[in-house]
Design a protein around this ligand. Structure first.
Ligand SMILES: O=P(O)(O)OC[C@H]1O[C@H](OP(=O)(O)OP(=O)(O)O)[C@H](O)[C@@H]1O
Ligand code: HPA
Length: 180
C-alpha cells in the first residue's frame, strides 16, 4: 500500500476523466435502463466485491422495484494494474437457480471476470444472467462478454475512483481518474 505522501502524489498527478456530476448522471441513466428491462423480473442482484461496492450502493436506491440482493467475490488484479489468474473468494449461492440474475461490477476491462461469473451463474441453473458495469474500458482486444448495461466508456488507461482502486487505494473518490 502506498504511504500517505505517495497516495497524494498518485491523486495529484492523475487526470479526471469524469466528474462526480457526470458519474451521477450515468448512474441515473443506468437505473432507468435496468428498470425498463428488469423491473418486472424480480431479479437477484449480485454485486462483485470489492470494486462494485460504491456503484452498487448508489445504484440500488434508484431501482424502485422488487429485487433480492447478494454478493460474489472474485479477484484478478489484487494491487496490480494488470490482470492475472482469477480467484474465487465467494462463489454464487444455490439460490441463483431459476432466477433472473443481474451481476453488477465497477469495470469491464478484458472481461474475464464478468464472463467467469456469468458462466458460473448459468451453470448453477439461473434463468438468465444480465451484467451491469459502471465503466466499460475501450480496449483493442475482443472481450469474451459485452455488458448489457454500461454507465460510461473509458479509454484504455488504468482508471480509479468510484470503487476502483489503484494499488489498493482511492476507491473512495467520487470522480473517475486515470493514471498519467
Ligand atoms: O474485466 P477484467 O479484466 O476481468 O477486470 C475487471 C475486474 O477487475 C477488478 O477486480 P479486481 O480483480 O481488481 O478485484 P477488486 O474488485 O477487489 O478490485 C474489477 O473490480 C473487476 O471485477
Ligand atoms: O483500469 C482499472 N482500474 C481499476 N481496476 C481495474 N480492474 C480492471 N481494470 C481496472
Amino acid at each position: 500500500m502506498p504511504n500517505f505522501a505517495e497516495a497524494q502524489g498518485i491523486l495529484n498527478s492523475s487526470d479526471i476523466l469524469f466528474t462526480a456530476a457526470e458519474v451521477d448522471a450515468a448512474v441515473d441513466r443506468m437505473a432507468a435502463d435496468i428498470t425498463a428491462k428488469l423491473g418486472s423480473d424480480y431479479p437477484l442482484v449480485l454485486s462483485v466485491m470489492g470494486g462494485a461496492v460504491v456503484f452498487t450502493g448508489q445504484l440500488l436506491p434508484r431501482l424502485v422495484f422488487p429485487l433480492d440482493f447478494d454478493y460474489v467475490h472474485v479477484s484478478r488484479y489484487g494491487d496490480k494494474t494488470h490482470g492475472g489468474e482469477l480467484v474465487w473468494r465467494t462463489a454464487p449461492k444455490e439460490d441463483v437457480r431459476d432466477r433472473v440474475v443481474l451481476v453488477l461490477d465497477d469495470i469491464l476491462d478484458e472481461g474475464h471476470t464478468m464472463a467467469a461469473i456469468r458462466d458460473k451463474v448459468m451453470e448453477m441453473g439461473a434463468k438468465a444472467c444480465y451484467s451491469g458495469v459502471f465503466a466499460n474500458k475501450l480496449i483493442a482486444k475482443e472481450k469474451p462478454i459485452a455488458a448489457d448495461f454500461v454507465g460510461i466508456d473509458v479509454p484504455d488507461r488504468y482508471v480509479f475512483g468510484y470503487g476502483m482502486d489503484v494499488r489498493g487505494i482511492w476507491r473512495n473518490l467520487p470522480a473517475i481518474h486515470a493514471l498519467k
